[in-house]
Design a protein around this ligand. Sequence first.
Ligand code: PAF
Length: 283
Amino acid sequence: MQTLTDPVEMQTISEKLRLGRQLIGVVMTMGALHEGHISLIKLARKEAGTVILTIFVNPTQFGPNEDFHRYPRPFEQDAALARSAGVDYLFAPEAGAIYPEGFSTAVSCSGISDLFEGEKRPGHFSGVATVVTKLLQITRPHIAVFGEKDAQQLAVIRRLVSDLNIAVKVVAAPTMREQSGLAVSSRNIYLTAEQRESAGAIWRALQHAGERIAAGETGLTALAEATSTMIAGESGFTIDYVAFVDEETFMPAERAVKGRSYRILAAVFAGSVRLIDNACFVA
Ligand code: PAF
């Protein structure tokens, strides 16, 4: 595995690989790698001959009161995990290399970014869309793998790739879960053992919502409310939002139409730790 920090050097390598007809897969991360990331790398390995992993804690996607400064950065451990997972190139730039003096461009994706995480975390998706666009330009992949856990982020990335005619196939990787059902996330390390166990209630409630849809329930607003009550009751956590969106448009959905797919989104606070999760069901 070769480690690079210079965007121009990374881009030059990618261009050479492309000229050599190598299929390039990229996995973008902010580091603190866990088994969820490893599953993305494995998926990229299956689809592409060369795998690039990016590690960059992107300052522009954090709000002023968020955890940018305390975000875990175990670089040596990450590099070892990346190597053993079969990564060919690790691209880990400094902030100044991605946002040099005078940087003044932002990518924003309206509509799809406006609600849920976009509403709760103003500026977040513009930060994500900007850095993802840059990392796609730098790594020049044929395939880019993103986790379904960040469902709205995935929808934003699909939108920007389509809108900006970026020639990359976006592949969604299923969410990895802890024994309790809690979605694997770098931020889970902030949870106490007890919170980690209680957090299983989120996945159970989402699954329960799916069962009710499968049984023919169509009122999604009421079902989101019932799911919210179930999560709060079982976990003791504070609900930020629980809502359904249409899987195709990512717009809020109030009533299910038979045969269409809907995604239920949940954001909850376990103390000061914000957890998100989601699940998709066909009505
Ligand atoms: O999902 C993440 O880890 C980040 O949002 C991403 C896609 C690497 C952009 O910084």
